[in-house]
Write a protein that binds this ligand. Structure first.
Ligand SMILES: Cc1ncc(COP(=O)(O)O)c(C=O)c1O
Length: 389
């Protein structure tokens, strides 16, 4: 096999060498490495970036998904046995916490043209759902404002797994701001890397406080004095025993000051990086459009600013996919399937639930692929990949 020359991701950080130097210095000199003021500074800066009032930093995007669902259960806004709509094209740890916490996932098909759920596809299944935990796939979205309107009309909670779409703006609003809460991932290769890391964002104060308890053992240490007072009075807990009183079902989903430091340091570099990736995307998209005999046309013109970190395409047949994968791999370009494809075909799902009828997602599963769109790509590399299409 030809050695990989263009991997999906090349560097761990923005401004790699300098960021590593600053990280080394931070680790050498910082008196504290467990969660503290660096994490708080990153959370505050992220609120400003994301235009949300609360951001809670956790250890990964998966932890963010788990913590968010647990918080909604603790608040009684979701109950065991409730049905939750999920995108059929998603990530395993979007759906797994839904199942692990006793909820029933209902897979909603995604559009072939943008890989995401639409209001029309959701409408067929919305009756009986308590929540929709949508995944915004690879910087794209469908008509998410229509989904939000539909959810509102039906009294369904809308949550966004925005782990793949930090920075995409749709109809004047950032993805991640269309529902009650959203989750983000800072894993290497995503838009912004803290090595591992994740965030939960919401404007709902009650939910934010519950997320803070779920993040750390179910105690009240991270709440405001006022909130602590109310809880302690309600449960008859004195200030001494409050140090080790556990009010809610929780985990330890905290991360370290290293993540906070890295996130805060790199956040100002996010926008220029998104710009580079958007420029690459425009070139890939134009190249793909010349081959509509081979690939389903990808619709992106409904999105104001598309923040993409890997370029997806769906081949028009399994044979075209196989030929394309061979061309890319022979040229040393890494290719992968479009995340989970149809989640309902995976063994962990079929062990517990029947496969769902999601015809578009099945095609995305069997004929989709993606390749690198990272900020380190050279002009020649972008040209090479365009040529390979
Ligand atoms: C849509 C989606 N949700 C959640 C996750 C989990 O994020 P993490 O790898 O930070 O746990 C990923 C990871 O790639 C993802 O793509």
């Amino acid at each position: 096999m030809t050695p990989i020359k263009i991997p999906l991701m090349r560097s761990t950080f923005f401004d790699e060498a300098r960021t590593r130097e600053r990280l080394a210095e931070f680790v050498k000199t910082s008196p504290r490495l467990s969660m503290g003021e660096q994490c708080a500074a990153f959370e505050k800066a992220f609120c400003a970036y994301q235009e949300r009032s609360t951001s809670v930093l956790v250890s990964s995007g998966s932890a963010a998904n788990l913590g968010l669902i647990q918080a909604l259960l603790n608040l009684g806004r979701l109950k065991k046995g409730d049905k939750v709509g999920v995108s059929a094209v998603t990530w395993a740890t979007n759906v797994m916490p839904v199942m692990q916490l006793g909820l029933i996932p209902v897979a909603i098909d995604c559009g072939l043209e943008h890989l995401n759920m639409t209001a029309a596809l959701l409408e067929k299944h919305i009756d009986g759902l308590k929540a929709v935990f949508i995944t915004n796939v690879l910087g794209f979205c469908g008509d998410i404002e229509g989904i939000a309107t539909l959810c509102k009309k039906k009294g369904v909670i809308l949550l966004e797994d925005n782990c793949e779409s930090l920075g995409t703006r749709y109809k004047g609003k950032l993805l991640g701001n269309f529902g009650l809460a959203s989750t983000f991932s800072f894993f290497v290769g995503h838009h912004l890397s803290t090595i591992e890391g994740g965030m939960i964002c919401t404007d709902d104060r009650e939910l934010a406080s519950m997320v803070l308890m779920v993040r750390a053992h179910g105690w009240d240490r991270n709440l405001t004095t006022e909130e602590q007072k109310t809880l302690r009075t309600k449960h008859g807990v004195d200030d001494f025993h409050a140090r080790y009183t556990f009010y809610e079902s929780a985990y330890n989903l905290r991360t370290t000051e290293i993540s906070g430091f890295l996130g805060y340091l790199q956040l100002p570099m996010l926008e220029p990086t998104i710009k580079k990736r958007s420029d690459n995307f425009v070139r890939f998209h134009a190249a793909a459009q010349k081959h509509e005999d081979r690939y389903y046309p990808l619709k992106a013109d409904h999105i104001e600013r598309l923040s993409n970190f890997a370029m997806p395409l769906v081949a028009k047949s399994p044979k075209i996919l196989a030929d394309t994968v061979k061309r890319f791999e022979d040229a040393g370009v890494e290719v992968r399937p479009i995340i989970t494809g149809d989640i309902t075909t995976h063994p962990f799902w079929t062990k517990e639930l029947p496969k769902a009828d999601c015809p578009n997602s099945r095609i995305i599963h069997s004929q989709g692929f993606y390749f690198a769109n990272n900020p380190d790509l050279t002009d020649a590399e972008v040209q090479l990949m365009c040529g390979l299409l």
